[in-house]
Design a protein around this ligand. Structure first.
Ligand code: FAD
Length: 407
């Protein structure tokens, strides 16, 4: 087993580090206070290739393997989780899912825009009444033969580009509400999950690619978040939204499989972002401990401060290794979903612990947002909640080990 990064991977990491130091770190506190990341960051992320990682070059992607994707995600997470989330969702949950499940026409219509940063994507699974129990979502897509909606595709697509997953011809009329949607107010396209047949539970769910300017789709920003304050989180309301059948991604009734396959890889990306948070906590704690003096010596010389720092360091290493294992499995074409749940479970809990330990090292100054620990803790806290809570990850792992489902 070789845990050394290749030259190419080292170069990607350096590129990401430089980008984050230049374009993200200097602004992160201001964006957090303003509750808005500068939208110009999307174009910059596209230009440097970070929105096209693992996507084929013929669709505008920048190629690369999943370890490179993790390295970039970690660096972005180190700089600002709100920026990391843009990539994890627009590329990780949307573009990569179109690449995996989309028709040729769907890939050509959406991927160049998503990978360049011309478009932003969002992932519409959660509803006000269904979070962990996503298979019981209630948004309805009812087949209607009229076929009056505009041509399918991206905002710039033509009739000729039309085509899609399931049936062709006719429309679906969609009604429902989606909650907590990352990138929601910014997005040009939502990967939307809706119940399109009467089959019970997750078997009735299908996936659709819906341009967010489709009549009947409205968005409301969610404010007052504990962390990720710079991130555009939204509630999406769909009232009689007409979607052509060609907008379906993957086969009818397979929408839950589309969602779960997206989240299995997405959890690796969240885990990598958590490694970034924990690394930032470690760097900040070590620096501060070497500067701050109490009892006539730097606090780094106090054993209990060293304990806090070493606990963070072990969490960083363990979370990173679990995350890299997932990337390695994906790149070798091996099963990875359970390992992804393990990485996400451990890394998210570790990021919360690490940020909390760093805050302790900073003492009272850790409680003030001129110092980084408070934001790291606030941003880390959501990681144990989204893309499956820690409890849900344990049920996924437990099911794989025991062969029985406790859901
Ligand atoms: P619930 O499912 O109501 O859970 C409440 C509690 O009950 C949790 O502790 C949970 O672990 C526990 N619980 C539930 N079921 C079980 C069980 N079977 N056994 C044991 N414990 C259980 N969703 C999207 O679709 N797209 C996004 O882009 C997106 N971004 C988000 C961004 C933010 C900032 C936030 C906060 C959420 C986002 N989400 C998104 C939604 C997120 O995925 C859900 O919040 C999450 O899945 C949990 O659902 P819930 O909030 O409804 O909690």
């Amino acid at each position: 087993m070789n845990l050394e990064l290749s030259e190419e991977q080292e170069a990607v990491r350096r590129l990401a580090r430089d980008f984050v130091e230049r374009e993200v770190v200097p602004h992160a506190t201001a964006w957090d206070r303003a509750e808005e990341v500068d939208r110009g960051i999307v174009k910059k992320l596209g230009e440097v290739g970070f929105l096209g990682l693992t996507i084929d070059e013929e669709y505008g992607g920048s190629g690369g393997d999943h370890l490179a994707y993790c390295l970039v995600t970690e660096e972005l997470g180190r700089g600002d989780s709100s920026v990391r989330g843009i990539v994890s969702v627009s590329l990780g949950l949307v573009a990569k899912t179109i690449a995996a499940w989309g028709s040729e026409e769907q890939k050509r219509a959406w991927l160049p825009g998503l990978t360049s940063g011309e478009y932003v994507g969002c992932f519409g699974l959660t509803e006000p009444g269904t979070g962990s129990d996503a298979g019981n979502l209630t948004t309805r897509a009812v087949r209607d033969g009229g076929g009056t909606s505009r041509s399918w595709g991206s905002p710039r697509s033509s009739e000729a580009e039309n085509g899609g997953g399931a049936g062709s011809g006719g429309d679906y009329v969609v009604n429902g509400t989606k909650m907590f949607i990352t990138n929601g107010t910014w997005a040009d396209v939502v990967l939307l999950f809706a119940r399109s047949t009467d089959a019970p539970g997750h078997r009735g769910v299908s996936a659709f690619l819906v341009p967010t300017d489709t009549p009947g789709l409205t968005r409301r920003a969610v404010h007052g978040k504990l962390g990720l304050r710079g991130q555009a989180t939204a509630e999406l309301v769909l009232e009689d939204v007409r979607v052509p059948a060609s907008a379906m991604l993957g086969p009818e009734g397979k929408g839950f499989s589309v969602a779960m396959s997206a989240l299995a890889k997405g959890r690796m990306s969240v885990a990598a972002g958590c490694v970034g948070i924990a690394q930032a906590a470690l760097d900040a704690a070590v620096r501060y401990a070497g500067e701050r003096e109490q009892f006539g010596k730097t606090i780094a010389r106090h054993q209990l401060v060293q304990e806090l720092i070493s606990d963070i360091a072990v969490d960083v290493d363990a979370a990173r290794l679990l995350t890299w294992r997932v990337a390695d499995l994906i790149d070798r074409g091996k099963p990875f979903a359970v390992e992804s749940s393990k990485a996400k479970l451990f890394a998210s809990e570790a990021a919360v612990r690490a940020a909390n330990n760093a805050l302790q090292v900073f003492g009272g100054y850790g409680y003030i947002d001129e110092y980084p620990a408070g934001k790291l803790l606030r941003d880390a806290r959501v990681m144990t909640l989204y893309e499956g809570t820690s409890q849900i990850q344990k049920l996924v792992i437990g099911r794989a080990l025991t062969g029985v489902s406790a859901f």
